[in-house]
Design a protein around this ligand. Structure first.
Ligand code: 5AD
Ligand code: FES
Length: 370
């Protein structure tokens, strides 16, 4: 029965709530192997053995939000806060370019210091120096106008995990925040023309298989260009410090299911997955993952961007991570692809834009293509 559901997922890239629930409730070890094999076959059909690299720059750990799982939450007085300047960021991207990265991911807490004007200055600086490289932003919830201005300044993609698609669970984990606003932000980003990344955590306290099915159905319906998913890992200075974290098995199962539901999706094997298991990222790639985001942040701030305990790579220079990750990808039987790595479906719909990586004007005119 489970095997039939997996076959259907593989053939139709779709499944009902009931089927997905049944699958998660009854998955045996053998089924799991089969699921992962099918996810692998699916990625081979869409992206082949390629794994895309993104250089991750964690540019601020100030955050006005108070997500109960997160180590940089506002109430954590033990967090040693930092902000990177424009020059710091420039240095990171120069190193990144030399290491061959064609995408920079600027990630930070929700920090009001980075106004639209400051973000636009950063985006323009990067696009001036490296017009062919892609910029991914990951700065949390902002207004429609703000997203739009940053897109027009040259930002290409935006990562905003929905975290969980179950409203009650979302509200428990995000005191004072609105589930609806988060969903609206994702819609806004999509409408503006970003390649959007949604995503969720696996193994959150109180999360059931039903909640995970909600996440799967949610990403299937949203059809984002990317889905970032990783295990929840407790952080010592948060209210969830004594909770159990998400498992490698559950995370790779979810990666495989997302690959089957969205064959074209860009799916990172996350640092969190690499942090709960020494070969977690390799296992994530084998379960359908096709993106890795090695760290490009200055080593002086690495350990301060502490979302969860036991994060890997905090002591490694950018070049070390670059080499380490390529070796890991090769040994796992895959190949590093040094291109921008746009979502293939998005690339198809935006052929002209993609070909020339044209300026903002043309891009804005072509928003309707999405
Ligand atoms: N464990 C795992 N992932 C976490 N994130 C934040 N805190 C944790 C944690 N304790 C994830 C969230 C966020 C992303 C940047 O990191 O999903 O969107
Ligand atoms: Fe950073 Fe391996 S990827 S040291």
């Amino acid at each position: 029965m489970v095997k039939e559901i997996i076959d259907k997922l593989y053939l139709e890239n779709n499944g009902t709530k009931e089927e997905l629930n049944f699958l998660l409730d009854n998955l045996t070890d053998e089924d799991k192997k089969y699921l992962i094999q099918k996810a692998h076959e699916t990625r081979m059909k869409t992206y082949g053995d390629k794994v895309y690299l993104r250089g991750l720059i964690e540019f601020t750990n100030y955050c006005k939000r108070n997500c109960v799982y997160c180590g940089i939450r506002r109430s954590n007085k033990n967090a040693d806060r930092y902000r990177l300047t424009l020059e710091d960021i420039e240095e990171c991207i120069d190193i990144g370019d030399r290491l061959g990265y064609k995408t920079y991911v600027l990630q930070g807490g929700e920090d009001d210091y980075y106004t639209d004007e400051r973000m636009i200055e950063i985006i323009k600086m990067i696009k001036r120096k490296y017009p062919n490289n892609a910029i991914t932003l990951s700065l949390g919830e902002r207004s429609y106008e703000s997203y739009k201005k940053m897109f027009e300044a040259g930002a290409d993609r935006y990562l905003l995990r929905h975290e969980t698609a179950t409203k009650e669970l979302y509200e428990k984990l995000h005191p004072g925040a609105s589930f609806e606003n988060r969903q609206q932000c994702l819609q806004n980003l999509k409408e503006i023309g970003y390649q959007v990344g949604a995503g969720f955590m696996v193994g959150l306290p109180g999360q059931t298989n039903k909640d995970l099915v909600n996440d799967l159905i949610f990403v299937k319906e949203l059809e984002p260009a990317m889905v970032g998913l990783g295990p929840f890992i407790p952080h010592k200075d948060t209210p969830l410090k004594d909770e159990k974290g998400g498992s490698l098995e559950m995370t790779t199962t979810m990666l495989a299911l997302v690959r089957l539901l969205l064959p074209d999706v860009l799916l990172p094997a996350t640092t969190a997955l690499g942090s709960i298991d020494p070969t977690g990222r390799e296992k994530g790639i084998k379960a359908g993952g096709n993106v890795v985001m090695p760290n490009l942040s200055p080593t002086s701030v690495r350990d301060k961007y502490s979302l969860y305990d036991g994060k890997i790579c905090t002591g490694d220079e950018a070049a070390e991570c670059r080499n380490c990750i390529e070796g890991r990808i090769n040994r796992a039987g895959f190949k590093v692809e040094i291109t921008r790595g746009d979502n293939i479906a998005w690339r198809g719909k935006n052929k002209d834009i993609f070909a020339k990586d044209v300026d903002k004007k043309i891009r804005t005119e072509n928003i309707f293509l999405r």
